[in-house]
Ligand binder design. Structure first.
Ligand SMILES: NC(=O)c1ccc[n+]([C@@H]2O[C@H](COP(=O)([O-])OP(=O)(O)OC[C@H]3O[C@@H](n4cnc5c(N)ncnc54)[C@H](OP(=O)(O)O)[C@@H]3O)[C@@H](O)[C@H]2O)c1
Length: 240
């Protein structure tokens, strides 16, 4: 029977590429989104991948949504915690709301997504947790105190989960993408984008599919010994 994968924020951008790559690799995939019904419907029409709407920042919604996915597709074997937002501002202008929204979505959202599936993974003796962090969680970034804090937090989450899940056949790993050509990045003014590309030795933005292939690699049954690690996919922009 095919393994079941859940991809949060799996209807757009990097998440959409991850959902498609997992489907191609033979997984039964459920993709979630927050509110963009139109994009989600278009994604399902294009790919046949079912989409589910809930806010990853809300524990009860996440638990209920995950129960629905499991009722539809079966127990979840692979969780890709990908949903994320930015609310950028220099620290002296950052509002408590900007701080909290990013913490709720990017950090608490990972807890809310993994916590409901964890007991089942422990019982069945198999699980793959993959968290999409960021280069800016590794190096920090001007205007992103909130975002960098959550993405650095992701690395702490996977290193701890890796130790807790290891004896139960569960791995937890992070991927730190550099700048990837999604709506998030294409929305910044062209001049700013050019200055970003100038800092990437590869000389271009990454493609969502280049992150998706890291996910497929980590999700595999025979990736069992890769646990608690971080894959940097950033075109040589930054080394840890
Ligand atoms: N793009 C980059 O260069 C880059 C670099 C490093 C790391 N990342 C990380 O990669 C991940 C994906 O980024 P992206 O650029 O692909 O983003 P994106 O194109 O903006 O897509 C974000 C996805 O997350 C969903 N989402 C947002 N808030 C949510 C919430 N509260 N509950 C449930 N779903 C929510 C969105 O749903 P709707 O469609 O309903 O809005 C959408 O499906 C993020 O964690 C981001 O931080 C991105």
């Amino acid at each position: 029977m095919a393994r079941v994968a859940l991809v949060t924020g799996g209807s757009r951008g990097i998440g959409a590429a991850i959902s498609k790559a997992l489907k191609e690799a033979g997984y039964d995939v459920a993709a979630t989104y927050a509110g963009n019904d139109e994009k989600a419907a278009a994604f399902t029409a294009e790919t046949g991948i079912k989409t589910y709407k809930w806010n990853v920042g809300d524990y009860d919604q996440s638990k209920a949504g995950i129960a629905q996915v499991e009722a539809d597709l079966g127990p979840i074997d692979v969780v890709v915690a990908n949903a994320g937002i930015t609310r950028d501002a220099p620290f002296h202008k950052m509002t408590p709301e900007q701080w909290q929204e990013v913490i709720d979505t990017n950090l608490t959202g990972v807890f809310n997504t993994v916590h409901p599936v964890w007991p089942g993974m422990r019982e069945r003796g198999f699980g793959r947790i993959i968290v999409i962090s960021s280069i800016n969680g590794q190096k920090g970034q001007f205007g992103q105190v909130n975002y960098a804090a959550t993405k650095a937090g992701d690395l702490g989450i996977v290193k701890s989960l890796a130790q807790e899940g290891a004896k139960k056949g569960i791995t937890a790993n992070a991927i730190c993408p550099g700048y990837i050509a999604t709506e998030m990045v294409m929305a910044v003014p062209e001049k700013v984008r050019e200055s970003i590309v100038a800092q990437i030795p590869t000389g271009r933005l990454g493609e969502p599919e280049e992150i998706a292939r890291c996910v497929v690699f980590l999700a595999a049954d025979d990736a069992a010994f890769i646990n608690g690690s971080t894959i940097s996919a950033n075109g040589a922009q930054f080394f840890v």
